[in-house]
Design a protein around this ligand. Structure first.
Ligand code: ADP
Length: 364
């Protein structure tokens, strides 16, 4: 890491989080409202983002994400409420006063927004040119940033010769040029294939760790949030409907919208079982068992067999989210007493959440 690029000490993030001492938030929204006619694009959004935090703001199309971004960078004025960036309320600033504050926010976009007639280094240096930095200094800085994003060899190339992932790396270098306090990512990986998405997210995580940079990820993809965010806020119809550490929301989503955004990421009962399920009593009950933490790590199924009775493990598994084991298992358990009640008792005793999905006949 080049010293010039090292904007702040970042290693103390975990300590700050552990003690709760996060200081003045980089972003603080207080009851922000923005209506378009009868549509409430933002309907009272309050949210704080601490220094060094990566927060994912996720929502379906039309949820209010773009309006939120525009309110953050001062392109849109809320009807009411407050938007604070690094402790300054930006809602009442005029265009001239907003300029230096906008430089505190770096942005990356789904379609990269690079200038095709300019070289990679000129693209990266552009924000510095606008800020009046000398040609020598800005090209030196562009070189450092291109090294940071792994594109040193491409300084003189034109965007058209780059892959999508490389273009986004240039976008990231450009966003960092003016040493922003906040990086705002607007669907930055939505146009990339899964492997490139992973490498770009890994780069963002690395930059967050090395520079202590605060990152807001606006996305409709829960996978993006899961891979690098510390916290997630789910937005729908202009409101934040659910918010919390990613692993918690992932393990126990409260809202239907959150559950639907998680669909495809959490194990589902396979279709052939779903089709056989009946609400009427059969020989086996099919259970969905959600587990987290110690329960998921321990020898749960071996203990269940030993202490409660036989079962069939139909589907599911355990994965790691932010270092927390989170699991969903689908089990078929003999529906007769005492097997089912013993199984339910055992699993509940281990802190699992259980849902009886229906019944099947074992010889189906
Ligand atoms: P998202 O980015 O999550 O798709 P938007 O912030 O673009 O959501 O939109 C939120 C709601 O506000 C939508 O119903 C949209 O149609 C409406 N909206 C956004 N901008 C405007 C505008 N300039 N004029 C009228 N309606 C708008």
């Amino acid at each position: 890491m080049n010293q010039h690029v090292d904007m702040s000490a970042s290693g103390d993030k975990a300590a700050r989080q552990a003690t709760g001492l996060v200081g003045e938030p980089v972003v603080r929204l207080v009851d922000v409202k923005r209506h378009f006619g009868k549509t409430a694009a933002l309907d009272g959004v309050s949210l704080s983002v601490g220094k060094g935090e990566i927060i994912g703001i996720i929502g379906r199309s039309g949820a209010g994400k773009s309006t939120l971004i525009r309110c953050l960078n001062g392109l849109e004025r809320p009807d009411s409420g407050e938007v604070h960036i690094e402790g300054r309320e930006i809602g009442r600033l005029d265009e001239k006063q907003l300029q230096p504050l906008r430089r505190r926010i770096g942005m990356i976009f789904q379609h990269f927004n690079l200038l095709s007639a300019k070289t990679v280094e000129e693209n990266v240096a552009l924000p510095l040119k606008i800020a009046g930095v000398s040609s020598t200094d800005r090209l030196r800085r562009a070189g450092e940033l291109l090294e940071l994003v792994g594109l040193s060899g491409k300084a003189r190339a034109y965007p058209a010769s780059l892959s999508g992932g490389q273009k986004q790396r240039v976008g990231i270098a450009r966003a960092l040029a003016a040493e922003p306090a906040l990086l705002l990512s607007d669907e930055a990986t939505s146009a990339l294939d899964p492997e490139t998405t992973r490498s770009i997210l890994a780069l963002l995580r690395e930059i967050n760790r090395q520079l202590g940079l605060t990152i807001i990820l606006i996305t409709h993809e829960m996978e993006v949030v899961r891979s690098i965010a510390d916290r997630v806020a789910v937005i729908d119809a202009g409101r934040i409907i659910e918010e919390g550490p990613v692993w918690k929301v992932f393990a126990d989503p409260q809202e239907e919208i959150t559950k639907s955004l998680l669909q495809g990421m959490r194990p589902q009962l396979p279709l052939e079982f779903m089709q056989k399920l009946s609400p009427n009593l059969g020989s086996e009950a099919v259970l969905r068992v959600d587990i987290v933490g110690e329960t998921a790590l321990g020898p749960l199924l071996a203990d269940l067999g030993a202490q409660a009775g036989t079962f069939r493990f139909i589907h599911g598994g355990i994965e790691q989210v932010q270092g927390h084991a989170v699991g969903t298992l689908f089990l078929a358990v003999s529906a007769g007493a005492p097997d089912l009640s013993r199984t339910m008792e055992f699993l509940t005793g281990r802190g699992a959440r259980i849902e009886v999905l229906g019944y099947v006949f074992s010889d189906d």
